[in-house]
Design a protein around this ligand. Sequence first.
Ligand code: ZN
Length: 454
Amino acid sequence: MRKILLASTAFLMACSAEAQKSDYGPPSEVQDIYAIASEPSADRIRTDIQTLVDFGTRHTLSETESETRGIGAARRWIFAEFEKISKDCGGCLEVIYVSDTISGERRIPEPTEVVSVLAIQKGSIDPNRYVMMSGDIDSRVTDPLNGTSDSPGANDNASGMAGVIEAARVLSKRKYAGSIIYAGLSGEEQGLFGGEIVAAYALNQGWEIKGVLNNDMISNISGIDGVIDNSSVRVFSEGTRANETEAEARTRRFTGGEVDSPSRNLARYIKAQADQYLTNLDVMMVYRLDRFGRGGHHRPFNQVGIPGIRIMETHEHYDRQHQDLREEDGVEYGDTMEGVDGPYAAKLTALNMITMAGMAGAPPFPANVEATGAVKPSAKLTWETPDNADNLAGYRVHWRLTTAPEWTHSRFIGKVNEWEFKNLVIDNYFFGVSAVAMDGSETPVVFPGAAGRF
Ligand SMILES: [Zn+2]
């Protein structure tokens, strides 16, 4: 009798542990992401920037035959470096070139092969879902057509490229549910051609890229404005999806979403990850596609509907961008190693890594998210769970005032596909939903409708 009693007590205890689990949800922090944040090496990043600088020029129109100078040598070195990293993780990376021939363009008049390098780390549960980190291979000086002069491009953009390689070194030691792409893009300075070619390639392959983290200039801490700042970073994101249809824009006009494109909610996610997992780095979200009138390699992805943002230093120094190496009236011009701060580049690389670890570790993003609730005292969200959700713990709903720049309120609600926000009038708040993995990894918040769709 006593034995039976004990057994049933144990059973009861097991039941209540189960109940507790589902009541309180998964952990709100992923311990391994703290470790990841501390792993990028400033020395390795600095060494890789130096190696890229030592190719003399990496201009898209520079020579490709030499093993020591020009963009051909540079891309082959990047390819070899990814292969080396892959060897260290038992062949966990597939390294490929993605290229196309461009001609008849203002900055690429003659037929030129624009070649990017991708290293792909396949996910274990949901391999067709990707997050991408990109930097650029190419550099330029004052004349955008000058493919022969020395063009070190240390900060612009060997820094971003070196960050990508370092991220591959660290994250390839781990396994994730979703896939990660480490990308060196080319042709940026000539008109964003590498990004355009890779975006088309991704669509063609049917890859579902949920976010492109475009790193362009991540090592300069001393601005033209005289400010020296190694503890903030800018994240640029578009407010509405570039490829929304006229009908989708009309719907958005009536239901909202002007500041909730997937790219914008990706930016909010990056800020939230930094607040949780990084010290000494404040993310300044900039609510615009890119700097005023200027371009970057996330744009061609946005153009075809792939969420993407630009990560970069807060204070730029224009004497060190796109300049012939020279001295004029005592001022040094040129993008040389002197402008590179290794620890700062490592910190911004860590920002990318904690973002990719979170997104790749998360379950599939909530699909077909819809909001309803006009003329009712409560609002309702519905969504669907895609396939390959083996690591799904449940969903978290989010809400905020319409003027709030970030999500302010959230609640874990378990494994359901709808939620009613009692006593919250739909007119007065924005709503969204994220998917949470058993280990606590979470997707960005998905805003309802076509406006917010990832
Ligand atoms: Zn540039």
